[in-house]
Design a protein around this ligand. Sequence first.
Ligand code: UDP
Length: 248
Amino acid sequence: MNQMVPIMDVPIHNVTMEEATDTVIDFLSSNKSHTVFTPNPEIIMEAQKDKELMECLKTANLVVPDGIGVVIASRLLGGQRLPERVGGFDLMQNVLDRIKDTKIRVYFLGSKPGVARQAAKNMEKKHPGLQIVGTRDGYFKPDEERELIDEIKRLKVDLLLVGLGAPRQEKWISDHIEELGVKVAAGVGGSLDVMAGVVKRAPEIYQKLNLEWFYRLITNPKRAKRMLNLPIFGCKIIFLSLRTKYQK
Ligand code: UDP
């Protein structure tokens, strides 16, 4: 495994999209359980205040930068540079494509009722031969959790995609990874909504210009409060980079 690049104490793996995809495929062919998280600057900021979230990220098996801000931060901080953005949605598309026509069993957990099921239908069409063995929405009650975990175990799921939003998904995965018996559990945020077609992905021009975060802000102003963390993240990184520079 490549080295880690710490961004405000969150260890990010120094991998390209291709290497991250290969790593998840390797995890799926092993006999152990693995956690995969894709923090963006908002999650890294959240982890500064939330010790449990920080612990989930520090103990994860693969942590990739889902946000150009994280990649830029690595460049400003003067240590190892992260090669590129490794977005959770694209990473999962690559993985789903690689495991079609294999015996790997997939389960989608998260989003509003009906969304995970629609996402599964769309992904089976997009990646023919994919085995999605179950789906469940992300609004289960605490007393329904046991039944959900038992279902995932009974279905012998290998790859579990969890879209419960951050930081709930990171905590839920870390709390249950051992008993779930899956080979990979990945936090995927709102990716199931995009797979289902309920939420549109930013047009390609925004993706190319690394402005997907800006598109999300203008199309979903409710996120504005959460996104206030972005300028704070930027200021902190600049402060840390200047401090490193003048300490040298
Ligand atoms: N969600 C869920 N259960 C909850 C809260 C949220 O399944 O109790 C889902 C929500 O429907 C959405 C996703 O979690 O599909 C969060 O999406 P968001 O875009 O906020 O994710 P992030 O920005 O964390 O990637």
